[in-house]
Design a protein around this ligand. Structure first.
Ligand code: GLN
Length: 321
């Protein structure tokens, strides 16, 4: 793009950031298990003013505004990439037999399963992500984690992505609900292996530190059928990306997924640390970070930013006007 066009896009993003910052950011949530803050790990509220927006086009043009270098845990956004890896490793049929593609209409940590098919409803909620973590190939837990990190790094074009040990320690120390989920699923035959090992792998991927800019690159890679716009590498197969985006579209925002698809109309995923990324297929990726969450566990400002962009730029996938 010409310097002029770049300036225009940047000015619009700056203005959007300014406007959304004027709105109340929502409350920084507390752990359902222990009352400890999800984000930030220590004093809830202190960092709730962090607010960043990043956009990356499939040509690799990067725009960012706000605290775009601030690092936060990936949390549920990691579910997208362990699902992608499970699909790559085991194939579509095998993965479908173990985890569905139906929106659950339940919260992200729900203990309700698809009884008819004896599997979690979808890979975008905790129960489903425990299954996809188990499906990632590798001789041992270290190798499976290394392979998840490799996919994340390739998709983000950032070799520095790593598990934040403090976040992981905090997650593990307050994992009663997820641990309970894993054991319950094993008793129901939905998990087969070592429940502690799969729990750790799931919480490690949740604890990977990222920036809003990383989120935007991850989203842009999905927007271009698995080609990372910064490195030019085809890091995920195109067909597989279609499957991943379909599930993000119907299930990426927990029990708000239907309203999101209706209003914003973009495949997206959110996480409890306050990150959201949205994919505009064939065009660009957006990453937003703002830790204040609504009752569903979605970033309040993240939703504002994506709704506004979708409206103003006509990004809804079914918009033809
Ligand atoms: N670590 C969180 C959990 O497992 C991630 C959930 C989320 O981001 N929605 O509960």
């Amino acid at each position: 793009p010409s310097p002029d066009a770049r300036r225009r896009v940047q000015a619009r993003l700056d203005e959007l950031h300014e406007r959304c910052r004027a709105e109340p950011p929502g409350a920084v949530q507390r752990y359902y298990a222990s009352g400890r803050g999800y984000y930030p790990p220590n004093e809830a509220g202190v960092e709730s003013e962090h607010f960043a927006i990043a956009g990356v086009t499939i040509d690799g043009d990067v725009h960012e505004v706000g605290d775009a270098e601030h690092v936060f845990p990936l949390q549920s956004l990691s579910k997208v990439f362990s699902y992608a890896l499970a699909l790559a490793d085991r194939g579509r049929e095998h993965v479908l037999a173990r985890v569905g593609v139906e929106p659950s209409g339940d919260a992200f940590n729900s203990l309700r399963f698809d009884e008819r098919h004896k599997r979690p409803f979808n890979p975008m909620v905790n129960a489903g992500a425990l299954v996809t973590s188990e499906l990632v190939a590798g001789d041992d837990a270290d190798e499976r984690l290394a392979r998840i990190l490799a996919v994340l790094r390739a998709c983000a074009g950032n070799e520095a992505l790593a598990v934040d040990p403090e976040t992981f320690a905090g997650e593990l120390a307050t994992a009663d609900h997820n641990r309970g989920t894993a054991y319950l699923m094993r008793s129901l035959g939905m998990l087969h292996g070592d429940a502690e090992e799969v729990l750790r792998l799931y919480l490690q991927q949740c604890s990977v530190g990222v920036t809003a800019r990383d989120l935007a690159v991850l989203a842009a890679t999905l927007a271009d059928g698995g080609v990372n716009p910064l490195t030019g590498d085809q890091v995920l197969p195109r067909r597989l990306v279609r499957d991943v985006l379909s599930v993000m579209y119907s299930c990426g925002m927990y029990d708000f997924a239907g309203s999101w698809s209706f209003d914003v109309g973009l495949p997206a995923k959110s996480g409890v640390s306050g990150g959201i990324f949205a994919v505009i297929p064939g065009k660009f990726g957006i990453g937003v970070f703002s830790p204040g969450l609504d009752a569903y566990g979605n970033s309040v400002r993240g939703i504002d930013v994506c709704s506004e962009l979708s409206d103003r730029l006509g990004l809804h996938v079914f918009a033809t006007e």
